[in-house]
Design a protein around this ligand. Structure first.
Ligand code: NAD
Length: 281
């Protein structure tokens, strides 16, 4: 079984991006800039943002974090986004989710210029991705996609089952696999026989949020299994896939932690660089 090492893959991607940033600096005499807006003091969000900033600095991006208390008015945030949209030194804008209840998430997402939307959540980017046009692609599914391609460069005709239909993970993952000519089934909480669906799959991507939902007798021999889940349990952090048993049947499997997670941030940096390059044309 191939243990898909997301930490290593992310480190390799960051090295490539570092080189690219230095080439862009030579060519344009400036570097891509990422601005993250962090609202409130939720610990997980603070940790995510700190890691994003650290990784951005590591590859040579200009990075900035704008912090607001969780009492900030929606108007203040929207005005800041407007200012950042006009700022030529800012290539990518990310508003760390979740937001306090009084702030309309969709309004915030739609306020970001699609060309600076490094999370790929703006409806314009969602539409472009599903139409097969150039777009920002949500970071976690993009990371999953890159990991799958490392194991199997030619995905044409493969049967893929995506478990979970969130806008963040399941839906964009489906689009990426379709673009690679997979036959994709998207499953969710109302799917009648999830085990039977999974058993058909050459590739399973699980993005559910239920600890160890996908068992070994759900997985076809030699399937590639990507585990997006991050679930806190009494036994520590586990994924949506029962790692120990599935590792006995799968061809390749991502661990949790150390699989998809590290690729997510590396893909955010990649998206920032892509936004910068598109803005230079
Ligand atoms: P979500 O709650 O938005 O969506 C979960 C999806 O799972 C829904 O579409 C739902 O229909 C489906 N679902 C729920 N119960 C199900 C069941 N019994 N059978 C089949 N499908 C079922 O979650 P999300 O934001 O997509 O996140 C999913 C998981 O991925 C979470 O554990 C989250 O922490 C993790 N996550 C990881 C990363 C990363 O970088 N690795 C990034 C984002 C999210």
């Amino acid at each position: 079984m191939i243990l898909i090492d997301g930490k290593k893959a992310a480190a390799e991607l960051r090295e490539e991006l570092k080189l690219e940033v230095s080439e862009l600096k030579t060519k344009y005499n400036k570097v891509p800039g990422l601005t993250v807006i962090l609202i409130g003091d939720m610990t997980p969000s603070q940790i995510y943002v700190r890691n994003k900033e650290k990784s951005a600095n590591e590859v040579g991006l200009k990075s900035e974090v704008i912090k607001y208390p969780d009492t900030v008015e929606e108007k203040t945030v929207l005005e800041k986004i407007e200012e950042l949209n006009k700022d030529e030194t800012v290539s990518g804008i990310l508003v760390q989710l979740p937001l306090p209840k009084h702030i309309d998430k969709q309004k915030v997402i739609e306020a970001i210029l699609p060309s600076k939307d490094v999370d790929g959540f703006h409806p314009m980017n969602v539409g472009n991705l599903s139409s097969g046009y150039e777009s920002s692609i949500p970071c976690t599914p993009l990371g999953c996609y890159l990991l799958i391609k490392k194991i199997e460069p030619n995905l044409s005709g493969k049967k893929a089952v995506v478990v979970g239909r969130s806008n963040l993970n399941g839906k964009p993952m489906t689009q990426l696999l379709l673009k690679e000519n997979c036959t994709v089934t998207i499953t969710h909480s109302r799917t009648k026989d999830l085990k039977a669906e999974c058993l058909e799959a050459d590739i399973i991507v699980a993005a559910v949020g239920i600890p160890e939902l996908v068992k070994s007798d759900w997985v076809k021999k030699d399937a590639i299994v990507i585990d997006v889940g991050i679930n806190k349990t009494d036994n520590g952090i586990v994924g949506d896939v029962a790692f120990n048993e599935v590792s006995k049947v799968a061809k390749a499997l991502t661990p949790v932690p150390g699989g998809v997670g590290p690729m997510t941030i590396a893909c955010l940096l990649k998206n920032t660089i892509e936004c910068f390059k598109r803005s230079q044309i």
